[in-house]
Design a protein around this ligand. Structure first.
Ligand code: SAM
Ligand code: SF4
Ligand code: F3S
Length: 445
């Protein structure tokens, strides 16, 4: 009999990609995805450990699952992702309701563990075995059929910023073989992808050697450019240190590379960047910004900011504000520093919570203002939108413009998968709303 699996995903796009690949795997042993969390035979929580409370959130979620299934047969509960990696065995001890704990580099073992769980009730797998994982998934077809698809090309991190858990939860940097990535891209394109976002915790650190030749993300972008059915290429998350000349040159030559760069800086103060062990300066960042703007003034930036990193003075914070005012990021993530167990910054003296909240409010006021203004600048104008899907429970269609803004409008499902022109009538902080322009302007994608 067919068994149902429900997967709830937290955290970054890499977790979203992983959740889809987990599903590709368990399909082989008879599981079918369900959106009904109340009637699953297997319930997966794919977790994120980047900030505090992540762990508690998982236990809270498990509490909810327990309630849902109080009068029903308990599902096999799997905790996957970065909390699973960080907490491993401890989770099984603390919460007997959990059946399987599996870290991100062990997903190739998920079918085995599921089969084993019939006889062996508690299982944990948190080895760093990235090569076996990708070798396994290369053999299992990616069945994703989204118009905008994610494709992981690189995992892990060797940079060890003092605040960050990623090097501990995802392990050392590993880059997949170029050919395997292109094979997967071809499958995604055959399945209907018109846009591919290359993913990695340090996506632009991608480095694969074959016959003594190094292949970098620029080579991948150039190869993807050749697929005529593919219309758009993006990548995330990149690190300023890996914005090498070859990648910057892609913006000169590649028509499909979108003019939007998510490039986290974390702070506008060199003192804080040094304390964070970021290995780049504000000047390095501005240099990249200026070079890209020179190539194409249309290119827009977004970033990540950590507010109130230990040691941040008002002057340091003002340096960050000044940087925000200079670059006018169009969409950014900003959070108060959250101490993570096991990282170098975990034991440092925290900045007063009220001061931190004030700083966060101030920076967000500025960031949101630029975001709103940028969105407003589209009002009355026509934008090119790649139509992704019909919105959940709604008549409207959803797509994105070149800058990754959400665009919502009425239209026929035939438009899904096409790049069409939408005249923007209204905007808010997060989305643009408009009407399809007449069909003559429609470009087949
Ligand atoms: N590799 C990317 C880079 O170096 O820019 C970032 C990847 S990390 C998964 C995503 C973001 O989480 C970071 O850019 C940072 O702003 C945020 N982050 C990481 N650790 C944090 C912490 N301890 N407290 C607050 N934010 C944190
Ligand atoms: Fe974390 Fe720094 Fe690595 Fe980014 S570069 S994943 S912030 S350690
Ligand atoms: Fe979170 Fe792990 Fe991604 S900690 S942000 S799910 S790499």
């Amino acid at each position: 009999m067919e068994k149902k699996i429900f997967i709830k995903t937290f955290g970054c796009q890499m977790n979203e990609y992983d959740s889809d690949r987990i599903y590709d795997s368990v399909k082989k042993i008879g599981f079918k995805k369900t959106n009904d969390q109340k009637n699953a035979d297997c319930y997966v929580l794919n977790t994120c450990h980047i900030r505090d409370k992540a762990k508690e959130k998982v236990y809270h979620e498990i509490g909810r699952v327990k309630k849902i299934y109080r009068r029903k047969k308990k599902p096999i509960l799997i905790v996957a992702g970065c909390v699973a990696q960080a907490e491993n065995q401890e989770m099984l001890k603390r919460e007997p309701y959990i059946d399987i704990v599996i870290g991100p580099q062990s997903y190739h073992k998920i079918n085995e563990l599921l089969k084993k769980s019939a006889t062996n009730p508690k299982n944990e797998e948190t080895e760093f075995d990235t090569i076996s994982k990708f070798e396994y998934f290369d053999k299992i077809k990616n069945t994703g059929n989204k118009v905008s698809a994610f494709l992981t090309i690189q995992e892990g991190c060797d940079k060890f910023c003092n605040f960050c858990v990623v090097p501990f939860t995802r392990g050392p940097e590993y880059s997949r073989p170029l050919k395997k990535i292109l094979n997967e891209a071809e499958i995604l394109i055959k399945n209907g992808a018109k846009e591919i976002t290359l993913l990695g915790q340090n996506v632009n650190a991608y480095s694969y050697f074959e016959n003594s030749k190094e292949y970098r993300i620029s080579n991948l972008i150039n190869e993807l450019e050749k697929y005529s059915e593919l219309k758009r290429i993006r990548y995330t998350t990149s690190h300023p240190r890996d914005m090498t000349d070859d990648l910057i040159d892609c913006y000169l030559n590649n028509k499909k590379l979108m003019p939007f760069v998510h490039l986290p800086i974390q702070s506008g103060s060199n003192k804080i960047l040094k304390l964070m062990n970021r290995k780049h300066t504000v000047e390095d960042y501005l240099n990249i910004y200026e070079r890209l703007k020179k190539i194409n003034p249309k290119i827009e930036f977004s970033s990540d900011f950590i507010i109130s990193y230990p040691g941040e003075t008002n002057d340091d914070f003002n340096d960050t504000l000044n940087l925000v005012k200079k670059i006018k990021f169009i969409n950014s993530y900003s959070f108060i520093f959250s101490p993570r167990p096991g990282t170098k910054a975990a034991e440092l003296k925290l900045i007063d919570n009220e001061v931190s909240k004030e700083r966060l409010n101030e920076i967000q006021k500025n960031l949101f203002n630029y975001q709103i203004n940028k969105n407003r600048s589209f009002e009355g104008k026509s934008v090119e939108v790649l139509v992704e899907n019909r919105m959940h429970n709604q008549f409207k269609l959803f797509g994105r413009n070149e800058f990754n803004n959400s665009v919502i409008f009425e239209g026929n499902e035939n438009n899904i998968g096409k790049i069409i022109k939408v005249k923007i009538e209204n905007t808010n902080q997060n989305s643009l709303f408009g009407k399809i322009e007449n069909n003559k302007n429609m470009k087949a994608a």
